[in-house]
Design a binder for this molecule. Structure first.
Ligand code: EPU
Length: 425
């Protein structure tokens, strides 16, 4: 599992006028597996994660853990993390800056080692991503935090259970608080917690390891501190964003795609939207099918924390609106810079403009093929879907972003009848 080290210099050539059809399976969620890998820091011994996606962020996270003293083996869809009795507490700057998810070592390290030093993490350029709520969560539990030469330093003599209310249900701040509170003394309560399925997955792993947590998946999570955790095996939940990307691709290309390996409840709101634009949507316990015959109808979409429409699918929503019948309004409520994507869509002839948090898009029958630039993982996937609805061949540049989050991207698109090629630029 290596991603593609040269994809910084590669592009995708995407041929327009295709229809996506067939069956495809999704593997584990990027935004779960990276956090579960960090949770492995909390227990001495071998933690085994299965159903892991083949994306470049997984070996990047493995590097972060190796620099802290863990041994990490990646083989097929399995990641085994062997955590020593004593782990380091200073993250390697460059390893940590390669991915946003490195922030999720904070809670486990402060919980177990009572200290952590972490360079401000990198990741996608999708808007300002402060760590104030992470810091406030840790200080509520009794830690001190400060910035020192570009690194966040968190220290605690003892962590004590406490009540903390987030001002916004941040996914990352919820994870930091819960992981730190698991090894604190006494009871902690997190209010206005994020409710994303990936939070539930992390709490499931922690509970199997011996943590005492209730309320995961609701707005109030209660954690009874325990002295130590034990390593276990755990299967990562399916990637709802990847699954929904194929579902939206089916609707945009008037195709018929069945996605397996996903709980439909994870993308309930997305499926409702697809039904509203004219798709036939079927679901089973771990699969969804989306079939579209007519041009999608225009629709209004607002991104919101789970269970609302995910910000990670906002580019796909704009791409779909660009070929829908009528005027759509897409409102971004989480990451302000994600509308950079609209500029790329305009290169493809989309009739779109932004006004603050809103993008207004008047759909066209067909987009123009063009050379466009992926600015983050999801923008990249949105541009590839748009390219399938263009007249000729679209070049999507900077595809290393896509390799960070979409496993076997080319093979998967080809298996659905899409025409895509990876080329050196
Ligand atoms: N925020 C703060 N202060 C904080 C933390 C967050 O102001 O201390 C703000 C952010 O600036 C943002 C909002 O709160 O405006 C939501 O951020 P959140 O913390 O929920 O996001 P995150 O944990 O940084 C994760 C995913 C993102 C996904 C968001 C929202 C990972 C590694 N990343 O980010 O995924 O968009 O939740 O669902 O889990 C992606 O996969 O492409 C991606 C960007």
């Amino acid at each position: 599992m290596s991603g593609n080290p040269t994809s910084r210099e590669q592009s995708f050539l995407v041929t327009g006028g295709v229809r996506l059809a067939g069956e495809i399976s999704v593997t584990g969620a990027k935004n779960s597996v990276l956090k579960l890998m960090a949770v492995a820091l909390m227990a001495e011994g071998r933690t085994t994660l299965t159903n892991c996606p083949n994306i470049s962020d997984v070996p990047a996270m493995a590097d972060v853990l190796r620099h802290l003293g863990c041994t990490v083996e990646i083989s097929g869809d399995t990641v085994v993390i062997d955590t020593p009795a004593e782990v380091g507490h200073v993250a390697d700057d460059k390893a940590a800056q390669r991915l946003r998810a490195s922030v999720c070592i904070l809670g486990p390290l402060v919980g177990r080692q009572h200290r952590a030093v972490l360079a401000m993490p990198g990741g996608d350029a999708i808007g300002s991503r402060p760590l104030d709520m992470h810091q406030r969560g840790l200080t509520t539990l009794g830690a001190t935090t400060r910035m020192d030469h570009g690194r966040l330093v968190a220290e605690a003599r003892d962590l004590r259970g406490a009540r903390y209310a987030l001002t916004f249900p941040s996914v990352g701040a919820t994870e930091t608080f819960v992981t730190a509170a698991v090894l604190a003394k006494g009871t902690s309560v997190l209010e206005n917690a994020a409710r994303e399925p990936e939070i539930v997955d992390i709490c499931d792993l922690l509970s199997q390891m011996g943590a005492v947590i209730s309320g995961a998946g609701s707005s109030t999570i209660t954690i009874e501190g325990v002295d130590q955790l034990r390593p276990v095996s755990h299967r990562v939940i399916g990637d709802r964003i990847v699954a929904a990307t194929w579902a939206m691709g089916a609707a945009m290309t008037r195709g018929d795609v069945t996605v397996t390996g996903i709980d439909p409840m994870f993308i309930h709101v997305v499926l409702e939207k697809l039904h509203a634009v004219g798709a036939v949507v079927d679901t089973g316990t771990d699969w969804i099918r989306v079939a579209q015959t007519e041009r999608p109808r225009a629709s209004n979409i607002r991104t919101l924390p789970f269970p609302g429409f995910p910000t990670d699918l906002q580019p796909m929503a704009i791409a779909m609106a660009s070929v829908s019948d009528g005027l759509s309004v897409v409102t971004e409520n989480i990451f302000e810079s994600r509308f950079r994507f609209v500029e790329e869509m305009v290169r493809m002839g989309a009739d779109a403009e932004t006004d603050g948090h809103h993008a207004k898009i008047r759909g066209k029958e067909r987009l123009d093929s063009a050379t466009v630039w992926a600015s983050d993982i999801r923008a990249g996937a949105g541009l590839v879907l748009a390219g399938m609805c263009a007249d000729r061949v679209t070049e999507v540049c900077q595809i290393f972003h896509i390799d960070r989050g979409y496993p076997h991207f080319v093979e998967n698109i080809r298996s659905l009848g899409g025409v895509i090629e990876r080329v050196d630029t």
